[in-house]
Design a protein around this ligand. Sequence first.
Ligand SMILES: Nc1ncnc2c1ncn2[C@@H]1O[C@H](COP(=O)(O)OP(=O)(O)O)[C@@H](O)[C@H]1O
Ligand SMILES: O=P(O)(O)OC[C@H](O)CO
Length: 487
Amino acid sequence: MAQFIGAIDQGTTSTRFMIFDRGGVEIGRSQIEHRQILPAAGLVEHDAREIWENVRKTIDAALSGAGLVASDLAAIGIANQRETTVIWDRATGDPVAPAIVWQDTRTAPQLAGLDADLLRERTGLPPATYFSATKARWLLDTVTGLRERAERGEVLFGTMDSWLIWNLTGGLHLTDVTNASRTQLMNLATLDWDPVLLDIFAIPRAMLPEIRSSAEVYGTADGLGVPIAAAIGDQQAALFGQTCFEPGDAKCTYGTGNFVLLNTGTTPVRSTHGLLTTVAYRFGDQPPVFALEGSVAASGSAIQWLRDQLGILESASDSETLAGQVEDTAGVYFVPAFSGLFAPYWRPDARAAIVGLSRYHTAAHLTRAALEAICYQTRDVVVAMAQDSGTELDCLQVDGGVTANALCMQLQADILGVPVSRPAVAETTALGAAYAAGLAVGFWTSLDELRANRHEDRRWQPAWTESRRTEGTTRWRMAIDRTLDWA
Ligand SMILES: Nc1ncnc2c1ncn2[C@@H]1O[C@H](COP(=O)(O)OP(=O)(O)O)[C@@H](O)[C@H]1O
Ligand SMILES: O=P(O)(O)OC[C@H](O)CO
């Protein structure tokens, strides 16, 4: 059998292809950033064609960089940014419009009048611009003739997993259950498209992909001859890559946003504190495993904003050096509600605010406030999770781009009041997709094998006093209040 597994990690800011061996050790990688298309305030788009080209380029580059060929891969798994919506022409394969990214808030007017209780009951999700349903509807209502073409089955809807599977396999139209659970069109009880939801959002069923499990052979990648054996939303993939296989296991991934997921086992737990109920993974015909999720829209993107829009950082990693020049934020709080506030607040009317500024403050204070914001937002969802599930974390397992920032991880332990643990393989999203694909083709045969692959790289202990933490969280909450009722 081939000795390696490949994983596509198609994220919000970049696309990676990673190659792992049986011990979960990285053997090769390639990564390409794609354009963030920001046509107006609140609008975030991607070029799906560019993303597909980057997938092809990263596969080729990672293989050649590692001195391997496609036949060295036993399978490929896909992890992807979720909710981002692509509609493409079935005959030509061309996207009909730019992909609408999960952070995009253009569909806020659609939220008025939606039945929140019905949506939460059927989908585990509140009404929000975040999910795919309003985005697909917006395209169908806005692109001339698109609705009629969708009803005739001439155009297809998909999240990034579907778009990539379609292109990789030369025309299979599939999604996995974790991605489908983020469209707001799938019923959590039946794990199928729900006719009532399709009616509410006016989505023709003819354009929807078939829902499959997260780990099974869907088809073979054209030109590579390698089975595509997993598709899983990137946050669920990170949960899997962190080996959070038992109810009560949780992780936080810090990328463009923050995403805390708690494995709740085979029974979905309904949130009353602003969290999402979502599918964590489903393997073949085994029962699905569910998760509670706290999704935070902007975390690493606040660092990108300081870099790209304000120009006060050369690179994201400079944030650690700059913020380290000051002892604290000297009373500054930065709430990066660029896309409104997601969990646990769900306030599309919120917009970002920086409060507490005086002439004394410098770029260092602002950058430190951005790092603290990443951590306060995680704390907000961890607190909601404890209220919903009764699970008090004794340690937070972390991964994602921002965890390279040791100062930020120390602040996270300080603000949370529990230790923070980073694994040796920080690319847990790609690793989770690789694990799922490897299990599907028998490359790995048990979860214990995967558990044995996890090693801690570094642990941060809380250093703040309880009173400093209380003061910080109280002021943070006051800053949150100042962002509301704005958009
Ligand atoms: N050293 C760092 N300190 C703070 N933020 C960082 C650092 N390195 C990367 N980031 C942030 O992490 C994000 C990229 O992380 P990644 O896991 O690749 O995200 P995604 O999967 O959303 O594309 C970017 O928003 C970037 O600003
Ligand atoms: O691409 P990431 O890592 O920012 O994750 C995005 C999430 O999947 C959005 O729900």
